[in-house]
Design a protein around this ligand. Structure first.
Ligand SMILES: [Zn+2]
Length: 341
């Protein structure tokens, strides 16, 4: 029996040397250390061995078992180390490679123009006043001198909500009443930028949403001369120090008198081109002296206070500056458009 154990140990250790991978190692374990392996059978069959040989055979069998288990463990830990070495060799990570650059975002072209406008007005002492986009019929129309029967309401097709008299503002002018009621009787110099909504057919020239920048100055002895001087100063900062401006009479329900301001076409320098339709002028904003009724609705006595207001469209100005031909590009989220700015 003892020579058989010697032979078994020798064969097992030889077989272990030929093992190449984890599967082979597990198969070896089943073959030599498993329950039905030869060694297991010898240990199970000790009872049949002659009584005087039994202690020596038992000791030897246990020693062989311990030797094989130890060989298995050391082979297994060597295998783990080998596979780690292999993976370090083959799957090398080159930490010196430069990383992939993160794509940096940028400001939307409408936001860029909006900020440029806000910066110029800030330099001239105007604060930014944020007003709500969801308004009541009163603030959007009634208090701005447009009672329910007023024909001017037909100019604006409006998104009404399911709540009666609650709508999406059609212009930033509704914020005029809010800031006046908040500040009266203190003087006011604010701009009111933000999104407006109109239920219109979407075309290259009009969209259902767009930004406006409203301006409002209220105080004592403010005149139409202040309006012209301030807006001309704005135009020079915005479009160039030598740009010509002109005011044309217009009509808005919430200002009296009212005007529209044109600037000299900055595409052709006033010579006439397709952008200015051959006139040499570009319409930039509407303006006027705040109507006495609107002043009173805001809490200011029109006999003591006066003021001027104006409104412009940043997208329209941005379109003129960059020769953008379709307003729908602004909110279509097309990166091919947005990445040009
Ligand atoms: Zn022109």
């Amino acid at each position: 029996m003892l020579p058989r154990l010697e032979d078994l140990e020798r064969r097992a250790l030889e077989a272990l040397r030929d093992v190449v991978d984890e599967d082979g190692l597990q198969a070896w374990k089943v073959a030599y250390l498993g329950r039905s392996a030869e060694l297991g059978q010898i240990l199970d069959g000790l009872r049949a061995v002659a009584k005087d040989e039994r202690p020596a055979v038992g000791r030897r069998a246990n020693a062989v078992k311990a030797s094989l288990e130890q060989a298995f463990e050391s082979r297994r830990s060597q295998g783990a180390k080998d596979s780690l070495d292999r993976s370090l060799r083959h799957d090398r990570l080159d930490v010196t490679l430069p990383g992939r650059p993160a794509v940096r975002g940028r400001l939307h072209p409408a936001t860029q123009t909006l900020r440029q406008i806000a910066r110029i007005w800030a330099e001239m002492g105007f604060q930014v006043y944020r007003s709500r986009e969801v308004e009541t019929d009163d603030y959007n129309f009634g208090l701005l001198n447009m009672p329910p029967h007023h024909p001017a309401r037909d100019q604006w097709d409006t998104f009404y909500t399911t709540t009666p008299d609650v709508l999406l503002r059609t212009h930033t002018s509704s914020g005029q009443i809010r800031v006046m009621r908040e500040r009266a009787p203190e003087p006011i110099r604010v701009i009111l930028p933000g999104m407006c909504y109109r239920y219109e057919q979407v075309t290259a020239r009009s969209d259902i949403q767009f930004n406006q920048v409203e301006g409002l100055a209220v105080g004592r002895r403010i005149t139409f001369g202040d309006l012209k001087g301030t807006l001309t100063a704005f135009a020079r900062r915005m479009f160039g120090a030598t740009v010509e401006t002109r005011f044309r009479a217009a009509h808005f329900p919430f200002t009296e008198p009212s005007a529209e301001m044109d600037v000299e076409c900055f595409v052709c320098g006033g010579q006439g081109c397709p952008v200015c339709k051959g006139t040499g002028w570009l319409e930039i904003l509407g303006c006027g002296m705040v109507h006495p009724t609107v002043l009173a609705n805001g809490g200011y006595d029109p006999a003591v206070f006066s003021g001027y207001a104006f409104g412009m469209g940043p997208e329209r100005i941005c379109m003129l500056q960059h020769r953008i031909e379709d307003i729908r590009y602004f909110w279509a989220n097309d990166l091919r458009f947005l990445e040009q700015f």
